[in-house]
Write a protein that binds this ligand. Structure first.
Ligand SMILES: [Ca+2]
Length: 254
């Protein structure tokens, strides 16, 4: 599955170079580069129904932790973009802080064979647990309303794209595991005030996969608003708003 996502991202980034070549013979090919500086915000999450396939929750009759369900995976990201575009292709660099809203709680995997409800881990994120992410995206626009159709006042395009980033962890996740000698479950260790389980060191850096679908609203070729949804490691919905600058539009669809 991950190989498929990588393929999608590569194809999307490839739109950067293939886009101008797709201009019809009637369109000029010396379209000017345009640039944008944008601020963006996203809400991210993974639906509980997706995680139910791998982890128990309070919906299971045997769920052992009274008054506490499996935490929800959710968060928000705030960042800035530098975007460059030409014809119907665009690329952007972004930097952002992604903050986790996931609360502490009990995570217990589903076994293939005999189910065990007491061998899970209790996870507790530190305050401001999240990541700083830098990355690059590419996209291709399909114009629905051209600027030339509205006397330069408004344009609307559907966009599809993707890309890759690199996330660096901020904070850490405390973990309690079932005591191997006494069999005491993780949630009981937490309730008893026991210290968290020493954990193996994991890399604080991991790749971020982006798959983006959205609409781009162009106001007089000066202000650009993108409304997007897709995958940003988790599912997301978000918006980016900013100003466009660069060479004046002179050749496209004239
Ligand atoms: Ca289990």
């Amino acid at each position: 599955m991950s190989a498929a996502w990588w393929a999608i991202a590569c194809v999307a980034v490839g739109a950067l170079s293939s886009g101008p070549a797709q201009a019809s013979a009637g369109e000029a090919t010396d379209a000017p580069w345009k640039f944008e500086l944008n601020a963006r915000a996203r809400y991210m999450g993974v639906p509980a129904g997706v995680m139910d396939g791998w982890f128990h929750s309070a919906k299971d009759p045997e769920w052992p932790v009274v008054g506490s369900d499996r935490p929800k995976i959710q968060g928000a990201a705030y960042g800035a973009e530098f975007l460059f575009s030409r014809d119907n292709s665009m690329g952007l660099f972004y930097v952002e802080f992604a903050q986790s809203f996931m609360k502490e709680g009990y995570w217990d995997d589903r076994e293939d064979g005999t189910a065990s409800y007491i061998d899970g881990s209790w996870l507790r994120p530190t305050p401001l647990f999240g990541a700083v992410i830098v990355g690059m995206n590419g996209a291709y626009d399909a114009e629905l309303v051209r600027l030339t159709q509205t006397d330069g006042k408004f344009g609307l395009a559907f966009e599809v794209g993707g890309g890759l980033g690199l996330a660096t962890l901020i904070g850490h996740m405390e973990e309690w595991k079932q005591d191997p000698s006494t069999g005491e479950p993780a949630y009981q260790l937490v309730a008893n005030g026991m210290p968290s389980t020493p954990k193996n060191l994991h890399s604080p850096v991991w790749p971020t996969l982006d798959v983006n679908l959205g609409f781009k609203l162009n106001f007089a070729d000066h202000a650009i608003l993108r409304l997007e949804a897709g995958i940003h490691d988790a599912f997301y919905v978000g918006a980016a708003l900013g100003g466009r600058f660069g060479s004046p539009s002179r050749s496209r669809n004239q």
